[in-house]
Design a protein around this ligand. Structure first.
Ligand SMILES: [Zn+2]
Ligand SMILES: [Zn+2]
Length: 235
């Protein structure tokens, strides 16, 4: 079998690609990048739009982003308390906003199903990931998104795109013994793994690659994807 069509899942997760995310500016839609390198055990997350000048930043520990600093994605406001009138437990607030409200309401009214009176419930704000592919650090819309008739193909960056392409193109797919259920490949949606979808998915990935080259030629230095691919070829 052609060695070029062999793919080995070594178990690395999606987070391997999270150091740099190709996004669109939430204000002017211009292509941009979220950079999130590790420094002192933390990610230093930065975005600066070359078009409108929007700046965003966040900080998280060891790959588990905390709800702090800038977040442009949906948020969930949650809280609960006993009814202030009849003591019924619990009055629950669980509301999703597509964007962080300009001033997040610290308390929301909840109606008691027993006595039908409203009580104010203290809420906490959480990042809400939802199903839409987003930059995991700041919640910005991804730039590399391509709908197919089976589902939406997306990638964080050129390296991620290249790995997806190698996997989808492969006719012989293997996994190392330590590759678990958390690997980027194992978490791909089923429709991307089907051999009969190969041509469609490859076309979508190629369109994403072409868009990246086009945008890069227009305004940024090229990404050295080749280096990343070589580094991951560990047998
Ligand atoms: Zn902008
Ligand atoms: Zn009540």
């Amino acid at each position: 079998m052609d060695a070029a069509l062999r793919h080995i899942d070594d178990g690395h997760g999606l987070w391997r690609y999270a150091d740099l995310i190709e996004v669109r500016c939430p204000r002017c839609a211009r292509p941009g990048r979220v950079r999130a390198p590790y420094e002192d055990g933390r990610r230093q997350i930065r975005f600066a739009c070359a078009g409108c000048g929007l700046h965003a930043a966040s900080e998280s520990r060891c790959g588990t982003p905390e709800a702090q600093h800038d977040w442009f994605g949906p948020v969930r406001l949650q809280g609960r308390r006993p009814c202030g009138y009849c003591g019924h437990q619990w009055l629950i607030v669980n509301r999703i906003y597509q964007h962080m409200p300009a001033s997040a309401p610290p308390r929301l009214a909840a109606r008691c199903p027993i006595c039908a009176r409203d009580s104010q419930v203290d809420t906490t704000v959480h990042r809400h990931r939802g199903n839409e592919p987003r930059d995991p650090h700041l919640g910005l819309p991804l730039r590399l998104i391509e709908p197919t008739r089976h589902g939406v193909a997306w990638a964080y960056n050129a390296q991620h795109l290249q790995e997806l392409r190698r996997y989808v193109a492969a006719t012989q797919r293997e996994r190392t013994r330590q590759a678990g259920n958390g690997s980027m490949i194992s978490r791909l949606p089923a429709w991307m793994k089907l051999a009969r979808h190969r041509t469609t998915v490859l076309k979508a990935l190629d369109r994403l690659g072409a868009r990246l080259l086009q945008d890069d030629a227009a305004e940024a230095p090229p990404i050295t994807a080749e280096r990343g691919r070589t580094a991951r070829r560990q047998r």
